[in-house]
Design a protein around this ligand. Structure first.
Ligand code: SF4
Length: 345
């Protein structure tokens, strides 16, 4: 009797909880795939981030985490680890820096567990990298996990996502966007906090300029359900829903990715949608206030990062501690328009 074939060892990547971070982790997967072309790579991701991983060619299967955000849920993690044990993982790459995510591959008995020290995860992580001070740009930070602990030898590849023509056609039809006309996408939200948002009145002024310059142009506002209100403000100030489509909260993340893939250009705060637009290689104007543009810069072939680099920046606060949010308010729509025109030229 012949022995049953041993299961093919797989790699597990545990996703960060933010969309932008997931996009910036994609080069790590490219490096892993290049080093081991025959090893399947699965990603364990929260439902809010899973659609991003599904657009990556290197991912074999996306598993959705059943855990609540912020909760330890030890018993649930132990149960889930038993399921993972049965899938035969040889190595796990733990991208969040918290203890609770490092517990999962340890409980699952995965032999090689790679990650940063994070919350002093000695024992749980057994191929430990140490955090840089100051931190590297995020793409390099994640990509370094592909090799031995230490500096990354060469510049990492650029994050890349793709959407198929069928996905783009279906998303345009569902959103009421005319695929035959020019499309600008604005992302006026920022999940992290209000300090990162360029004012709604500025986005509206930019939309009015764009529509005046080309009446065939369509402006779509994308974001999560939490961004719907601020996008409604933009749409109202720009001339109403006939001029601007407020799609925040009305598309799935997969549809938003497809609409961005169709866009002639994207204007976004420092947010997950900005990094999606970059990874789809769309022309991008990125607006930075309380965050550091060098930490997570746009990486499209055609991109403009605008930051006033005030003395108080980057404060990295969710709300402006000085109560004026000048880092964003003082970015003039005329300046953004000029950079947008240069990208579209
Ligand atoms: S303190 Fe400065 S950088 Fe921070 S939100 Fe306020 S204006 Fe922006």
């Amino acid at each position: 009797m012949s022995a049953a074939a041993a299961p093919v060892p797989r790699i597990l990547v545990i996703s960060p909880n933010w969309i932008g971070d997931a996009v910036m982790a994609q080069p790590l997967l490219r490096l892993l795939r290049a080093a081991r072309p025959d090893t399947p790579i699965d990603v364990l991701a929260p439902p809010s981030v899973a659609p991003v991983w599904r657009q990556m060619a290197e991912v074999d299967e996306v598993l959705q985490t059943p855990f609540r955000h912020g909760a330890l849920q030890l018993r649930e993690r132990w149960r889930y680890a038993r399921l993972l044990r049965a899938r035969g993982y040889a190595a796990a790459y733990v991208l969040p820096n918290t203890l609770k995510y490092a517990l999962i591959p340890w409980l699952a008995g995965i032999a090689t567990r790679v990650g940063y020290k994070g919350e002093s995860r000695y024992g749980l992580i057994n191929r430990m990298h140490h955090d840089d001070v100051p931190p590297r740009p995020m793409v390099a930070f994640y990509a370094a996990l592909a090799g031995a602990p230490g500096p990354l030898g060469a510049a990492p590849p650029r994050p890349a996502l793709a959407a198929t023509p069928a996905q783009i056609g279906a998303a345009c039809a569902a959103a009421g966007v005319d695929a035959g006309r020019p499309l600008l996408v604005f992302a006026p939200g920022a999940e992290f906090g209000a300090a990162k948002r360029w004012p709604a009145a500025h986005f509206a002024a930019l939309a009015r300029r764009a529509l005046l310059a080309d009446p065939r142009c369509q402006v779509a506002l994308l974001g999560s359900p939490k961004d719907h209100e601020v996008c409604a403000e933009v749409a109202a100030a720009a001339g109403g829903p006939a001029a601007v489509h407020n799609l925040a909260g009305r598309t799935s993340l997969a549809e938003a990715i497809a609409l961005i893939a169709k866009a002639d250009a994207v204007v976004a705060n420092d947010s997950g949608l900005l990094h999606i637009a970059s990874a789809l290689n769309r022309p991008v104007v990125a607006l930075y206030g309380p965050t550091d543009p060098d930490h997570a810069p746009p990486f499209s072939d055609r991109a403009a990062a605008i930051s006033l680099r005030l003395d108080c920046a980057p404060c990295r606060q969710r709300e402006c501690p000085l109560d004026h949010q000048d880092c964003m308010r003082r970015i003039d729509p005329a300046m953004v328009w000029q950079r947008l025109c240069a990208l579209l030229a």
